[in-house]
Design a protein around this ligand. Structure first.
Ligand code: DGY
Length: 323
Protein backbone atom coordinates (compact mmCIF):
# COMPACT_ATOMS: atom_id res chain seq x y z
CA UNK A 1 0.00 0.00 0.00
CA UNK A 2 1.44 3.41 -0.92
CA UNK A 3 1.62 5.90 1.94
CA UNK A 4 -0.67 8.91 1.52
CA UNK A 5 0.70 11.74 -0.62
CA UNK A 6 0.69 14.13 2.34
CA UNK A 7 3.57 12.25 3.97
CA UNK A 8 7.00 13.84 3.59
CA UNK A 9 9.03 12.59 0.66
CA UNK A 10 12.54 11.22 1.25
CA UNK A 11 15.38 10.26 -1.04
CA UNK A 12 17.27 7.35 0.56
CA UNK A 13 20.65 6.89 -1.08
CA UNK A 14 21.50 3.34 0.13
CA UNK A 15 19.61 0.20 1.10
CA UNK A 16 19.22 0.08 4.89
CA UNK A 17 18.32 -2.76 7.28
CA UNK A 18 14.89 -4.37 6.91
CA UNK A 19 13.68 -2.82 10.19
CA UNK A 20 14.69 0.66 9.13
CA UNK A 21 13.24 0.27 5.63
CA UNK A 22 9.96 -0.93 7.18
CA UNK A 23 9.78 2.27 9.25
CA UNK A 24 10.59 4.35 6.19
CA UNK A 25 7.86 2.68 4.17
CA UNK A 26 5.37 3.15 7.01
CA UNK A 27 6.07 6.81 7.70
CA UNK A 28 7.29 8.35 4.45
CA UNK A 29 7.09 8.34 0.71
CA UNK A 30 10.50 7.16 -0.43
CA UNK A 31 12.64 7.22 -3.55
CA UNK A 32 15.01 4.24 -3.15
CA UNK A 33 18.36 3.42 -4.70
CA UNK A 34 16.89 0.03 -5.56
CA UNK A 35 20.11 -1.75 -6.54
CA UNK A 36 22.26 0.04 -3.93
CA UNK A 37 24.78 1.19 -6.52
CA UNK A 38 27.28 3.99 -5.82
CA UNK A 39 25.77 7.38 -6.68
CA UNK A 40 27.68 10.25 -8.29
CA UNK A 41 26.91 13.96 -8.14
CA UNK A 42 24.32 13.85 -10.95
CA UNK A 43 22.57 10.83 -9.38
CA UNK A 44 22.34 12.66 -6.05
CA UNK A 45 20.88 15.80 -7.58
CA UNK A 46 18.43 13.81 -9.72
CA UNK A 47 17.46 11.50 -6.84
CA UNK A 48 16.72 14.46 -4.57
CA UNK A 49 14.16 15.98 -6.97
CA UNK A 50 11.08 17.07 -4.95
CA UNK A 51 12.41 15.42 -1.78
CA UNK A 52 11.95 17.10 1.62
CA UNK A 53 15.01 15.34 3.00
CA UNK A 54 17.86 13.09 1.92
CA UNK A 55 18.90 10.12 4.05
CA UNK A 56 22.47 9.40 3.00
CA UNK A 57 25.59 7.52 4.02
CA UNK A 58 29.30 8.28 4.11
CA UNK A 59 29.61 6.86 0.58
CA UNK A 60 27.80 9.85 -0.97
CA UNK A 61 29.82 13.03 -1.37
CA UNK A 62 27.81 16.17 -0.74
CA UNK A 63 30.36 18.66 -2.00
CA UNK A 64 29.63 22.39 -2.19
CA UNK A 65 28.81 21.87 -5.87
CA UNK A 66 26.27 19.10 -5.17
CA UNK A 67 24.72 21.08 -2.32
CA UNK A 68 24.34 24.12 -4.59
CA UNK A 69 22.54 21.96 -7.17
CA UNK A 70 20.12 20.30 -4.72
CA UNK A 71 16.47 21.15 -5.36
CA UNK A 72 14.97 23.88 -3.17
CA UNK A 73 12.57 21.32 -1.66
CA UNK A 74 15.42 19.64 0.28
CA UNK A 75 15.63 20.92 3.86
CA UNK A 76 17.64 18.20 5.55
CA UNK A 77 20.60 15.87 5.00
CA UNK A 78 20.37 13.04 7.53
CA UNK A 79 23.49 10.90 7.34
CA UNK A 80 23.54 7.36 8.67
CA UNK A 81 27.01 7.82 10.18
CA UNK A 82 28.71 9.73 12.94
CA UNK A 83 31.29 11.07 10.48
CA UNK A 84 30.23 14.07 8.40
CA UNK A 85 33.40 14.57 6.36
CA UNK A 86 31.51 13.53 3.19
CA UNK A 87 29.34 16.64 3.57
CA UNK A 88 30.58 20.19 3.04
CA UNK A 89 29.13 21.55 6.27
CA UNK A 90 30.01 25.15 5.42
CA UNK A 91 28.09 24.93 2.13
CA UNK A 92 25.16 23.27 3.92
CA UNK A 93 25.07 26.05 6.53
CA UNK A 94 25.20 28.73 3.85
CA UNK A 95 22.40 27.04 1.97
CA UNK A 96 20.28 26.84 5.18
CA UNK A 97 20.21 23.04 5.17
CA UNK A 98 19.94 21.09 8.40
CA UNK A 99 22.53 18.32 8.72
CA UNK A 100 22.22 15.49 11.25
CA UNK A 101 24.33 12.44 12.11
CA UNK A 102 24.11 9.33 14.31
CA UNK A 103 26.43 9.65 17.32
CA UNK A 104 25.92 7.20 20.16
CA UNK A 105 24.65 4.44 17.87
CA UNK A 106 28.19 3.84 16.58
CA UNK A 107 30.08 3.96 19.87
CA UNK A 108 30.11 0.36 21.05
CA UNK A 109 30.67 -1.46 17.74
CA UNK A 110 33.47 0.94 16.84
CA UNK A 111 35.10 0.43 20.24
CA UNK A 112 34.78 -3.32 19.83
CA UNK A 113 36.45 -3.32 16.42
CA UNK A 114 39.20 -1.06 17.74
CA UNK A 115 40.06 -3.71 20.32
CA UNK A 116 39.85 -6.38 17.63
CA UNK A 117 42.39 -4.46 15.49
CA UNK A 118 44.62 -3.70 18.46
CA UNK A 119 44.76 -7.35 19.53
CA UNK A 120 45.02 -8.67 15.98
CA UNK A 121 47.92 -6.32 15.19
CA UNK A 122 49.71 -7.08 18.47
CA UNK A 123 49.23 -10.85 18.17
CA UNK A 124 50.06 -11.16 14.43
CA UNK A 125 46.61 -12.44 13.51
CA UNK A 126 47.04 -11.74 9.77
CA UNK A 127 50.13 -13.90 9.57
CA UNK A 128 48.64 -16.71 11.68
CA UNK A 129 45.37 -16.75 9.72
CA UNK A 130 47.23 -16.77 6.39
CA UNK A 131 49.53 -19.59 7.51
CA UNK A 132 46.67 -21.87 8.53
CA UNK A 133 44.62 -21.16 5.40
CA UNK A 134 47.60 -21.63 3.09
CA UNK A 135 48.53 -24.93 4.80
CA UNK A 136 51.87 -23.58 6.01
CA UNK A 137 51.29 -24.53 9.68
CA UNK A 138 53.67 -27.30 10.63
CA UNK A 139 52.70 -27.49 14.31
CA UNK A 140 53.08 -25.67 17.63
CA UNK A 141 56.44 -24.03 18.09
CA UNK A 142 57.94 -22.21 21.10
CA UNK A 143 59.30 -19.43 18.89
CA UNK A 144 56.93 -19.06 15.92
CA UNK A 145 54.80 -15.94 15.33
CA UNK A 146 55.55 -14.30 18.65
CA UNK A 147 53.52 -11.14 19.06
CA UNK A 148 53.27 -8.57 21.82
CA UNK A 149 51.05 -8.68 24.87
CA UNK A 150 48.82 -5.66 25.47
CA UNK A 151 48.67 -6.11 29.27
CA UNK A 152 50.71 -3.51 31.13
CA UNK A 153 51.24 -1.43 27.97
CA UNK A 154 50.39 2.21 27.41
CA UNK A 155 47.58 3.01 24.98
CA UNK A 156 47.50 6.55 23.61
CA UNK A 157 44.11 7.74 22.41
CA UNK A 158 43.79 10.75 20.12
CA UNK A 159 40.27 12.05 20.78
CA UNK A 160 38.73 10.87 24.06
CA UNK A 161 35.13 11.43 22.98
CA UNK A 162 32.38 8.85 23.19
CA UNK A 163 34.21 6.23 21.10
CA UNK A 164 37.62 6.98 22.65
CA UNK A 165 36.16 6.56 26.15
CA UNK A 166 34.50 3.27 25.19
CA UNK A 167 37.86 2.07 23.83
CA UNK A 168 39.62 3.17 27.02
CA UNK A 169 37.10 1.29 29.17
CA UNK A 170 37.68 -1.93 27.22
CA UNK A 171 41.46 -1.50 27.05
CA UNK A 172 41.61 -1.02 30.83
CA UNK A 173 39.96 -4.42 31.18
CA UNK A 174 42.95 -5.81 29.24
CA UNK A 175 45.31 -4.20 31.75
CA UNK A 176 46.39 -1.23 29.60
CA UNK A 177 47.32 2.20 30.95
CA UNK A 178 45.43 4.95 29.12
CA UNK A 179 46.93 8.24 27.95
CA UNK A 180 45.06 10.74 25.80
CA UNK A 181 45.23 13.95 23.83
CA UNK A 182 42.07 15.96 23.34
CA UNK A 183 41.29 19.55 22.44
CA UNK A 184 40.10 20.01 26.02
CA UNK A 185 40.79 18.05 29.18
CA UNK A 186 37.89 15.87 30.36
CA UNK A 187 36.38 15.89 33.86
CA UNK A 188 38.02 13.54 36.34
CA UNK A 189 34.94 11.28 36.13
CA UNK A 190 35.13 11.04 32.32
CA UNK A 191 38.90 10.56 32.36
CA UNK A 192 38.42 7.48 34.57
CA UNK A 193 42.14 7.47 35.34
CA UNK A 194 43.37 8.28 31.81
CA UNK A 195 46.40 10.58 31.74
CA UNK A 196 45.90 13.84 29.83
CA UNK A 197 48.51 15.23 27.42
CA UNK A 198 48.10 18.85 26.36
CA UNK A 199 49.59 18.17 22.91
CA UNK A 200 49.98 15.35 20.42
CA UNK A 201 53.74 15.85 20.69
CA UNK A 202 53.68 15.00 24.39
CA UNK A 203 51.35 12.01 23.93
CA UNK A 204 53.24 10.21 21.15
CA UNK A 205 56.48 9.27 22.98
CA UNK A 206 54.55 7.36 25.68
CA UNK A 207 52.42 5.26 23.29
CA UNK A 208 53.20 1.55 23.00
CA UNK A 209 49.88 1.56 21.14
CA UNK A 210 48.20 4.52 19.47
CA UNK A 211 44.51 4.62 18.50
CA UNK A 212 42.97 7.41 16.45
CA UNK A 213 39.46 8.68 17.24
CA UNK A 214 39.47 12.14 15.70
CA UNK A 215 37.15 13.45 12.95
CA UNK A 216 38.37 13.15 9.35
CA UNK A 217 39.58 16.08 7.29
CA UNK A 218 42.85 16.54 9.21
CA UNK A 219 46.26 14.86 9.30
CA UNK A 220 47.26 13.44 12.70
CA UNK A 221 49.90 10.86 11.83
CA UNK A 222 52.58 12.05 9.41
CA UNK A 223 56.27 11.14 9.23
CA UNK A 224 57.19 13.61 11.99
CA UNK A 225 54.49 12.23 14.32
CA UNK A 226 55.54 8.64 13.59
CA UNK A 227 59.14 9.56 14.46
CA UNK A 228 57.98 10.60 17.96
CA UNK A 229 56.41 7.19 18.69
CA UNK A 230 58.53 4.63 20.55
CA UNK A 231 60.28 2.15 18.24
CA UNK A 232 57.98 -0.83 17.62
CA UNK A 233 54.77 1.03 18.52
CA UNK A 234 51.49 -0.31 17.14
CA UNK A 235 49.00 2.01 15.39
CA UNK A 236 45.24 1.49 15.10
CA UNK A 237 42.86 3.56 12.99
CA UNK A 238 39.10 3.10 13.03
CA UNK A 239 38.28 6.78 12.47
CA UNK A 240 39.08 8.07 8.97
CA UNK A 241 41.85 7.16 6.54
CA UNK A 242 42.94 10.72 5.83
CA UNK A 243 44.18 11.08 9.43
CA UNK A 244 47.20 9.03 8.36
CA UNK A 245 49.94 9.68 5.79
CA UNK A 246 49.88 6.29 4.07
CA UNK A 247 53.37 6.57 2.55
CA UNK A 248 54.91 7.47 5.91
CA UNK A 249 53.03 4.71 7.76
CA UNK A 250 53.94 2.07 5.18
CA UNK A 251 57.62 3.10 5.22
CA UNK A 252 57.72 2.90 9.04
CA UNK A 253 56.01 -0.52 9.07
CA UNK A 254 58.34 -1.79 6.36
CA UNK A 255 61.58 -0.76 8.05
CA UNK A 256 60.52 -1.85 11.54
CA UNK A 257 60.24 1.67 12.98
CA UNK A 258 56.67 0.71 13.84
CA UNK A 259 55.79 -2.81 14.98
CA UNK A 260 52.38 -3.28 13.41
CA UNK A 261 49.13 -1.57 12.46
CA UNK A 262 45.44 -2.42 12.51
CA UNK A 263 43.44 -0.42 9.97
CA UNK A 264 39.71 -0.33 9.25
CA UNK A 265 39.58 2.93 7.28
CA UNK A 266 41.55 4.26 4.31
CA UNK A 267 42.01 7.47 2.37
CA UNK A 268 40.19 7.04 -0.95
CA UNK A 269 38.49 3.77 0.15
CA UNK A 270 37.46 1.34 -1.21
CA UNK A 271 40.76 1.72 -3.11
CA UNK A 272 43.60 1.38 -0.66
CA UNK A 273 47.30 2.14 -0.94
CA UNK A 274 48.73 -1.06 -2.51
CA UNK A 275 51.69 -0.94 -0.13
CA UNK A 276 49.47 -2.14 2.73
CA UNK A 277 48.71 -5.45 1.02
CA UNK A 278 52.41 -6.33 0.87
CA UNK A 279 53.00 -5.87 4.61
CA UNK A 280 52.63 -8.92 6.86
CA UNK A 281 52.47 -6.74 9.97
CA UNK A 282 49.23 -4.98 9.04
CA UNK A 283 45.80 -6.30 9.94
CA UNK A 284 43.31 -4.87 7.44
CA UNK A 285 39.53 -4.69 7.55
CA UNK A 286 37.20 -3.04 5.00
CA UNK A 287 35.56 -0.27 7.10
CA UNK A 288 33.59 -2.66 9.32
CA UNK A 289 33.58 -0.58 12.52
CA UNK A 290 29.79 -0.35 12.71
CA UNK A 291 28.88 -3.43 10.71
CA UNK A 292 26.71 -5.19 13.27
CA UNK A 293 22.99 -5.84 12.96
CA UNK A 294 22.41 -3.93 16.19
CA UNK A 295 24.45 -0.90 15.16
CA UNK A 296 23.03 -0.58 11.65
CA UNK A 297 19.49 -0.80 13.04
CA UNK A 298 20.31 1.79 15.71
CA UNK A 299 22.03 4.11 13.22
CA UNK A 300 19.13 3.89 10.78
CA UNK A 301 16.55 4.52 13.49
CA UNK A 302 18.50 7.49 14.83
CA UNK A 303 18.77 8.89 11.29
CA UNK A 304 14.97 8.63 11.06
CA UNK A 305 14.49 10.16 14.53
CA UNK A 306 16.50 13.06 13.13
CA UNK A 307 14.23 13.27 10.07
CA UNK A 308 11.05 13.04 12.19
CA UNK A 309 12.24 15.85 14.46
CA UNK A 310 13.67 18.16 11.80
CA UNK A 311 10.65 17.95 9.49
CA UNK A 312 8.33 18.56 12.47
CA UNK A 313 10.31 21.67 13.46
CA UNK A 314 11.83 20.07 16.57
CA UNK A 315 15.56 19.93 17.43
CA UNK A 316 16.93 16.62 16.04
CA UNK A 317 18.90 14.48 18.54
CA UNK A 318 21.85 14.23 16.17
CA UNK A 319 21.96 17.87 15.05
CA UNK A 320 25.22 18.93 13.36
CA UNK A 321 24.20 22.02 11.36
CA UNK A 322 20.98 24.01 11.79
CA UNK A 323 18.62 24.67 14.66
C1 DGY B 1 30.61 6.43 10.84
O1 DGY B 1 29.52 6.34 11.42
O2 DGY B 1 31.09 7.51 10.48
C2 DGY B 1 31.35 5.17 10.60
O3 DGY B 1 32.56 5.37 9.96
C3 DGY B 1 30.49 4.19 9.84
O4 DGY B 1 31.04 2.92 9.97
Amino acid sequence: MNPPADKPFLFVTRRLTANVEARLTRDYRVRWNEDDRPLDADDLVRGAADADAVVCCLTEKFTAEVIARLPASVRLLSTVSVGTDHIDLGAARERGLTVTSTPGAVTEPTAEITLLLLLAAARRASEGAAAIREERWTGWSPTWLLGRSVAGKRLGIVGLGRIGQAVAQRARAFGMEIHYFNRRRLSVADEAGAIFHPSLESLLPVCDFLSLHAPGGQRVLDAAAIARLPRGAIVVNTARGDLVDDDALIAALRDGRLGAAGLDVFAGEPRIHPGYRELPNVFLLPHMGTSTVEARDAMGHLALDNVDAALAGRRPPGLVVGK
